[in-house]
Design a protein around this ligand. Structure first.
Ligand SMILES: [Fe+2]
Length: 307
């Protein structure tokens, strides 16, 4: 594919500096130093009627892969209205434990990741709890050439076991045949053993972004390997053997380019889930973040920009 040859060109020129980098892991577990920034739009960017400047928002999203809105959304209702306008999806909470979470693309082990991931901060944690962003395009550019080659030759294989309650909720049906046929269209191998749905997905760690068609390292590899962080929330595993040297390289790079969102009440974040991975620092105290897995088409975004 054309984008894979772009990978080779990009990674060859820029891949050696990571070895000189020291690790920034700190006691919070996920990166102490901020990496490249993402744009923040605030009340000064609001339009004269106090509306969200959708054209600017979408422009920044396409350019940077994520955009933060601060002092612009007054409550959860306004947040949901914005998601419905640009990239609607189901409202949900986030992982309830206080653990840190390793970087991942949302639902990348499912075969059907959302285009846009939205977050809205109802209440930041008292201590810690920053959401971390990491641009998969930057990671792809900085991979060692042999690592790029490894991922081009070696698919990631995720296996998942899902209980009845979860699959019925996710697929909005109890019809097993319907579910299996839907999964088939997503290239997910699936079967039921009793009431447990078993899935197997073979996919690439390197993907093309939705906007810009750039090569990006975006997947759930690190999250899948972090068994302590995810054990209480997920029941999936990575069946692909990844050499330790590559895992170390990925951890070093993602820590180096991690961008922490220091949440303030009302902050809204729009993330291009085809490009930017997210994670979280551990925290203490109550933390209330609402998430929406948004589905959109380029047309939806363009239309919204001109409404
Ligand atoms: Fe997530």
């Amino acid at each position: 594919m054309e984008f894979l040859s772009k990978f080779i060109r990009l990674s060859r020129g820029t891949s050696k500096s990571f070895q000189e980098e020291k690790s920034f892991q700190d006691e919070t577990g996920m990166g102490a130093e901020p990496g490249d920034g993402f744009p923040i739009l605030n009340e000064q960017h609001l339009e004269s009627a106090g509306d969200i400047p959708c054209e600017l928002l979408i422009g920044k999203l396409k350019e940077s892969g994520a955009v933060i809105l601060r002092n612009a959304i007054r409550n959860k209702r306004e947040f949901i209205r914005l998601t419905k306008r640009l990239a609607p999806g189901e409202e949900r909470g986030v992982v309830a434990s206080e653990n840190s979470l390793e970087f991942h693309g949302e639902l990348y082990s499912s075969g059907c990741p959302p285009d846009i991931l939205w977050f809205y901060c109802v209440r930041p944690a008292e201590i810690g709890g920053q959401t971390l962003l990491c641009d998969g395009v930057t990671i792809a550019v900085n991979l060692l050439p042999e690592t790029t080659e490894f991922f081009m030759k070696t698919p990631l294989v995720y296996e998942r076991a899902v209980g009845r309650k979860s699959w019925a909720y996710r697929f909005k049906t109890k019809d097993k045949r319907k579910i299996l046929s839907e999964l088939q269209t997503l290239n997910v191998t699936a079967s039921f053993v009793g009431e447990t749905l078993h899935t197997r997905l073979e996919t690439s760690a390197l993907r093309q972004t939705k906007w810009g068609r750039e090569p990006a390292f975006i997947n759930s590899l690190l999250h899948a390997l972090d068994s302590t962080g995810r054990a209480d929330v997920s029941n999936y595993g990575l069946r692909t053997a990844i050499p330790d040297s590559i895992v170390n390289e990925l951890r070093t790079l993602t820590v180096r380019y991690a961008y922490p969102i220091h949440w303030q009440r009302g902050d809204t974040v729009m993330i291009d889930n085809t490009r930017v991975m997210h994670g979280r620092r551990r925290f203490q105290g109550r933390r209330d973040i609402v998430a929406v897995n948004g589905i959109c088409t380029t047309e939806t975004l363009l239309m919204a920009a001109h409404r």
